[in-house]
Design a protein around this ligand. Structure first.
Ligand code: 2AM
Ligand code: CA
Length: 263
């Protein structure tokens, strides 16, 4: 597959940051047993990866704005373009030595998401998509799963934790989904969970309380894989409402219906 110049610069930046993350992930296991624990170390790993991404993306596309998990919003001289970057999605997994985490980079042009790259360096799974050009996993074309019966569907989700989200409302949603589906999975990286919808591994996904950097790249991937993405009311305000739901056309609609009834 011949990649566009844009995807090439995104992939190069992501691979460079991934080398730093993988080195640091190797250290985490040693630190698990230390008195202080790996918490501060992981924050530093996160910042190191973000610094590499900011440096590389700004070098190849000077002037583009940035929205990054750690540094926040950085305005550029070009107000038509913005990178949306999560240097380490799945921080809790990383901290616990669980090898499910990813770097996620998206490009927004005139307010529209046009390209996305998500990379899980431990599994060496590179997901890329560009608007109109399809979605790929390690150069293999992706298509969302085509199951239509909810009782056959595996649905990914994110579960709120201490101090985060409305636990009661979430449990009602989870109960409603578990009553109708083949199973629920919670892997701990929204970017990867959503990439897995694009790859047809999960039939659907929903989560509340996410930020743009958790979902931006994956939104491009899912749409380019023929899937549907919306906020939890079926609208297009994923960033504003912090909620997201995805699947093929049928599963996406059925999942939204189940979630609406669970209120
Ligand atoms: P993170 O690892 O980059 O923080 C898991 O349900 C998803 O929620 C992950 O993508 C995770 O991204 C995100 N997440 C974890 N803690 C969060 C928090 N305090 N606020 C917002 N998102 C969070
Ligand atoms: Ca994240």
């Amino acid at each position: 597959m011949a990649r566009s110049a844009l995807l090439n610069v995104m992939v190069d930046a992501v691979r460079k940051a991934a080398r730093s993350l993988v080195r640091d992930f190797g250290e985490v296991e040693n630190l698990q047993v230390s008195l202080k624990g790996p918490g501060d170390f992981v924050s530093a790993a996160d910042r190191r990866a973000e610094d590499i991404l900011r440096t590389e993306l700004s070098r190849v596309r000077p002037g583009y704005g940035l929205l990054m998990e750690e540094s926040g919003s950085i305005a550029g001289s070009d107000d038509q373009h913005r990178w949306i970057v999560d240097p380490l999605d799945g921080t809790t997994n990383f901290l616990h030595g669980i090898p499910i985490f990813a770097i996620s980079v998206a490009l927004e042009r005139q307010g529209q998401l046009v390209a996305g790259v998500i990379y899980n360096p431990v599994m060496d799974e590179l997901y890329v998509a560009e608007r109109g050009g399809g979605a790929f996993l390690n150069d293999r074309r992706l298509r969302v799963a085509n199951r239509r019966e909810m009782h056959e569907c595996v649905i990914g989700t994110g579960i709120p934790f201490v101090g985060r989200g409305d636990h009661h409302a979430y449990l009602k949603q989870q109960q409603a989904v578990m009553n109708e589906t083949a199973g629920i999975r919670r892997c701990g990286s929204a970017a990867l969970d959503l990439a897995w919808v694009a790859a047809g591994r999960f039939d659907g996904f929903w989560e509340q309380g996410l930020h743009p950097w958790d979902m931006a790249a994956a939104i491009v991937l899912i749409r380019e894989a023929g899937g549907f993405v919306s906020d939890l009311s079926g609208g297009d305000k994923m960033f504003e409402t912090q909620g997201i739901s995805a699947g093929n056309e049928t599963v996406h609609k059925k999942l939204l219906d189940i979630l609406a009834k669970a209120k």
